[in-house]
Design a protein around this ligand. Structure first.
Ligand code: WTA
Length: 632
């Protein structure tokens, strides 16, 4: 099956068709998949509810479309290539047939441990093939997976388990990352003290670290699969049944569980994968994300495997044991498509060209970027030194909520410009609006980015709180999905993403709510109040700057700063640790008591010269003090 657009005129044609006749457009793609019962209707939607349904009453199992569908012709083809953290350890290559057997075997094990259709299962695992097997095994039995990035703390993990009332946790003893061995099972044990829904924990042995196993609750992965048949029948699911929940940060409160359903997500992750990366059979494709994020879901596991691709999974980090590790892997497996985040590019760029030079990188055909705006300098370095000036660089804009790539060049097919995501994919109708929601038409306009009509991969709800979904995405601008990003259409019509316009910051491609970090800081007993903002950071894109009012009795500033960092690590995880903490006597507030974040952002970015009028503040005098004490 090929739904690959091959020419620019082909793109224009498909795009027009997809906007004018979306139902015909998407049903034509869906038809090439295996459905146990065909859908009655392609689409029903309103953005008020919101209520979006694709492929109504269609019955299927996504794993049949990944496994059974590829067995006959491609059973012996590598599905997953796994490269371990330590280059001296043996790699693993799983063919489609082996993947089929492993998924069946593990899904049988899950069933034997009491998992049924509809149950929620948390996956808190390192980047090993079993993480992908776990996801697919859930989908096979109709359980809803929720992968939690293994760098999150026990308390974040507990919040997620409680929010979705998970019945099972799939985890490992530990995790190898760079030079470190990280405890994983201990974090799960701590989280489970604060939760009640989990009945069973299946533990993969990875690091052979010593862990405690609770009788009746914990079972080793290798014991759980013992004697389980390597085949089974996939559960029959409805197209609109939940496939997974993925927690992500917003501008307020705790992370919310973004819900994706089976049919639409399947079609969308497949279609975008094939077209953006221009994948051809036989290619080796590598996305460096972690399966704990949406990029890992859609472009390590689901999209590539639905397309029958060979997807590479890497356990380690870009700089271990040396900063040429990525390029060594590209040469070792002759990777054809390589997809990473700007923060990784900037970090490697800082090591200069020496680590790149020993490698030919000849196999590369397409390079990609995701997760945050890519600055022009990083774009050129990536394009010139990794893509050798010949590989198209696809700058892919999308979100956890969109399920798949929304705005991006199709590699080598549609035109491209540095630092511009460029053009929408077929089926995507983006608009730029002003503060009042008026659509800004024509070129050379800047405003907030919205999407006018549904695509198959759009989120359906936020788990357990549909109103929050409506409020967050569908209430700011009537009748449209609001992305939270600002965007510009330049004089040539290329779209450029300008970054978040809400209180979400993007640190090393990880999305974080400033309120979430503030709440964690405020847990420290000496903290009176805090305000967190992002500031430009050379490698991370944005860094976290925290202004904190503290009760200083019995503490030095440095003590407090260290303790606050530890508190945040404990409550959210190391990825949320503030880069800079300034202890301040007060926070600039309006007369109605609102923190003036605009001022704090300017000071944090070292731009305290024109703060505008501060005389209307309740406490203008603190501004001077804040500027004086700013952390450089
Ligand atoms: C940002 C990651 C500019 C954006 C797939 C979005 C980007 C948020 C790009 C979603 C890009 C992602 N250019 N900004 N190519 N890709 N973003 O949910 O602000 O982790 O709203 O999904 O990342 O982050 P999320």
């Amino acid at each position: 099956m090929s739904h690959k657009i091959q020419t620019l005129s082909g793109y224009i044609h498909e795009y027009q068709k997809s906007i004018l006749q979306p139902e015909e457009f998407w049903s034509r793609i869906a038809e090439s998949f295996h459905w146990q019962k065909r859908w009655d209707k392609v689409l029903e939607w309103d953005f008020e509810g919101p209520d979006v349904k694709w492929f109504l009453n269609g019955k299927l199992n996504i794993t049949e479309n990944i496994l059974e569908r590829h067995l006959f012709i491609m059973g012996d083809k590598p599905a997953i290539i796994w490269e371990p953290n330590d280059p001296k350890e043996k790699n693993i290559i799983l063919t489609y047939r082996e993947l089929y057997e492993k998924v069946c075997e593990f899904s049988n094990a899950m069933k034997a441990q009491g998992i049924k259709k509809g149950d929620r299962v948390i996956i808190y695992m390192p980047m090993v093939p079993e993480a992908a097997i776990a996801m697919l095994a859930c989908a096979r039995v109709g359980a809803v997976h929720s992968v939690v990035f293994a760098g999150f703390s026990a308390s974040s993990l507990a919040d997620r388990i409680n929010d979705c009332e998970a019945k099972m946790v799939l985890t490992s003893d530990g995790n190898f990352r760079g030079a470190k061995t990280i405890d994983v099972k201990g974090v799960v044990d701590e989280a489970l003290e604060k939760t009640r829904s989990v009945e069973k924990v299946i533990v993969l042995q990875r690091t052979k670290s010593e862990v405690s196993m609770k009788d009746g609750r914990d079972i080793w992965w290798h014991d759980a699969i013992k004697g389980q048949p390597k085949e089974n029948k996939a559960e029959v699911m409805d197209a609109e049944d939940m496939l997974f929940i993925l927690y992500t940060s917003g501008s307020t409160g705790k992370p919310k569980g973004v819900v994706h359903t089976i049919g639409g997500y399947m079609i969308y992750s497949y279609y975008t994968f094939v077209n953006v990366f221009q994948y051809s059979q036989g290619d080796v494709y590598w996305c460096t994300a972690d399966v704990g994020w949406i990029t890992g879901h859609s472009y390590i596991v689901y999209g590539p495997l639905l397309a029958g691709a060979t997807t590479l999974m890497f356990e380690g980090v870009p700089t271990h044991p040396h900063p040429g590790r990525f390029w060594e892997i590209v040469d070792k497996y002759k990777v054809n498509q390589f997809y990473t985040a700007p923060t990784a590019i900037r970090a490697l760029q800082a090591h200069g060209l020496e680590p790149v030079e020993p490698y030919s990188l000849d196999s590369l055909k397409v390079i990609g970027s995701v997760g945050e705006p890519i600055n022009e300098e990083a774009w050129h370095w990536y394009h010139d030194h990794i893509g050798k000036g010949k590989c198209p660089l696809v700058d892919t804009w999308w979100q956890t909520e969109t399920g798949g790539i929304m705005i991006s060049a199709l590699a080598g097919i549609t035109p491209n410009k540095p630092a511009h995501a460029s053009f929408p994919l077929p089926g995507i109708d983006p608009v730029i609006v002003d503060a009042e929601g008026n659509e800004l038409v024509g070129n050379n306009v800047e405003g907030n980015l919205c999407i006018k009509s549904p695509w198959p991969g759009i989120l359906r709800t936020t788990y357990g709180d549909h109103e929050r979904c409506r409020q967050t995405y569908f209430s700011t601008y009537k009748g449209m999905y609001f992305t939270g990003d600002g965007a510009k259409r330049d004089h040539d019509g290329y779209l450029r993403i300008l970054g978040r316009v809400d209180d979400v910051i993007n640190v090393s491609g990880h999305r974080m709510g400033t309120a979430e970090v503030e709440n964690a800081i405020n847990e420290h007993p000496k903290v009176v109040e805090s305000a967190v903002v992002g500031y430009p950071h050379e490698v991370k894109g944005q860094g976290i700057y925290a202004y904190v009012i503290c009760d200083m009795e019995g503490r030095t500033e440095q003590n407090l700063i260290n303790e606050i960092r530890e508190t945040v690590t404990k409550i959210i995880g190391p990825i949320a640790k503030p880069d800079k903490i300034q202890i301040v006597p007060g926070l600039p507030k309006t007369r109605s008591g609102k923190i003036m974040r605009r001022i704090l952002r300017k000071v944090a970015s070292g731009d305290a010269n024109n703060l505008g009028d501060t005389s209307t503040l309740l406490n203008p005098e603190v501004v001077e003090e804040i500027i004086k004490g700013a952390v450089k």
